[in-house]
Design a protein. Sequence first.
Lengths: 422, 338
Amino acid sequence: MATMTNPPRESFRLSMLIYDTRYRSLTIQVIALFAFMLLVAWIISNTVQNLAGLGKEVEFGFFSEPASYDINQRLLEYTSRDTHLRASFIGLLNTLVVAVLGCITATVIGVFVGVARLSRNWLIARIMTVYVEMFRNVPVLLWIVFAMAILIESLPSPRAFRGENATQSLILNDSIAITNRGVYVPEALFSRSLGDVRLFGESSLRFDVSLDLIAIIAVLAASVFVFRRIRAWAERVQNETGNRPTTWHFQIAVLVVPTFVLLATLGFHLGKPELKGFNFAGGTHLRNSLIALWIALSLYTAAFIAEIVRGGILAISKGQTEAAGSLGLRPNRIMSLVILPQALRVIIPPLISNYLNLTKNSSLAIAVGYLDITGTLGGITLNQTGRELECILLLMLIYLFISLSISVGMNIYNKRVALVER
Amino acid sequence: MQKSVFYCALAAAVVLGGAAGAATLDDVKARGNLNCGVSTGLVGFASPDASGNWEGFDVAVCRAVAAAVLGDPQAVEFIPTTGKTRFTALASGEVDMLARNTTWTFSRDTDLKLDFIGVNYYDGQGFMVPKALGVTSAKDLDGATVCIQTGTTTELNLADFFRVNNISYEPVPIETNAEAQQQYLAEACDVYTTDASGLAATRAAFESPGDHVILPEIISKEPLGPVVRHGDNEWGDIVRWTLNALISAEELGITSANVSELAGGTNNPEINRLLGSEGTLGDMIGLDSEWAQRAIMAEGNYGEIFETNIGENTPVGLARGLNAQYTEGGLIYSPPFR
């Protein structure tokens, strides 16, 4: 031990930062970082200085001014006297609506098409190939505009429903009107409604929550809980005695009866759309703009998801299918019990990025006049107040926040389905 | 569209100060052409003809400015802008001036840092409906679906009009006049609202203009005029006095036909000053003495421009009305050239 000597410590010289390979890469990185920060600082200071030169300092006071414009699709109450902040909030909800609807339908269609494209049926597989290639290779903006044009040009206007010799009539027992201004469907009404609770007082983010809806969700959740307990009990009995008690009628009753009783107490009835004046009144109005955007985004993204699903399935070795087949499973069950659960691990990460794409693509909404957050905050508000920088920055932050939220949520799900390695 | 807004904003952020500070006149002269922001296509005001040449009432103002500054009315690059992109295009320096049915309002003039250099058309917002609907007044429009261009003052007027009259409506926001036309003709909306002149121009492009009526109500004041950036007063003066030259020319009886003859000198000193045979008005705005002569020669005086593009003998068919010279009961009035 005593014989061990420390090598002579070379004293650090400045030139070693360049000539010594141990430090060189560090030096280059530090320089690059500084250069980058300088560039950013230059852009920021330039912007601030130029805006100041124009007498336009960055400020967000305009948010509390009245917006003065109307928004057609509003999930919460809003009038043109509300503030720009409120208008942006309504727009944000519209973005979220189309993003959520789009993600759900795109996934359903995508999985179906992805599986069908691998079908042994030649015709089905070819049709799906054509669908995927068509939608993947045309810009989504064109699909959105195209969907809108079809809705506007091919469907009848409300006027065709009017008068003695109307050329059109409502479908499904006079309850659904399909017009070139959108689809009117019956709405749920409660004659003995519990009313609404208002969250956040009178602020711009006020939010009315229907107590009826909460009651229905609570009852449904309780029903599902009991339903599961019955199933667990049945399984326990089966494990102990070998006989599974017949429970399906209980289960259905538990699911259905409480909800029905609640609906009856609340005085549930459907409000049908009726032609009144220029338009249909009553019912829920699904506007053309929403439908066109929803359909186009779903079909477009579904084409990508289909390819991801197909890739995921192909990644599972053929032996798995054969092994499952030799156990006597039918093709349907092989797919749902053996292949898809394994394929999910491959599918989910690229699926996340497709959800993000769909959400970001929804900002093309103004092409069909759907007032999402880009249309309100980044469109009319920006234009009427002339605050480009503030609006665009905020808009970018909001999209960033939405995207990161989706990412986090999907990553948590991904962790749950990922292969647990031991 | 979204992208362009974003790039414009970014460009605006980075370039604003430089563009606002520099002399636009020098830029235009160095470039050799004028970048003029016009609408994306509104028959009579600004639209490309079959061979791609822009023509119209607003286009003529651009041509007159180009003729005055550069000596060539064709040295204009027309940049179509939507209601949403126009101000960013101007603020970022992408265009030197806007001649695009833009309403002069307080906040645009002050808060948006723009300068309206005058009014070339006194307008007001109106409504157009198909005759078949049998509507005779805008107050009968309760529950109607209304097509409207976003990013315009009409959007705000519309909200106010319906709110004040306590009637409901369903707005359908759209980007350009062409889209509005498509939706309106497909009956996806009952009503189209914009400036009355724009309605007349749009209707003129329909297959059967007679099937549509413009309702009598005019719900707002819309003084439309060319716009320049705030802060470059020399350039603002040039555009302002070019427009005034066109207006004065009509008042003084100078037309594109007789301008060369009158430029030789007359016994009316105002004509002489305007056309440069007397005084040094050109020098005062940094141009030569024949600037106004060229501006008038480009497309004629104000009255000629009106008659060839939107007057009663054109498909648009607008009467002079408020836009007649003050001597004939209108509001068109140029300060004196002195």
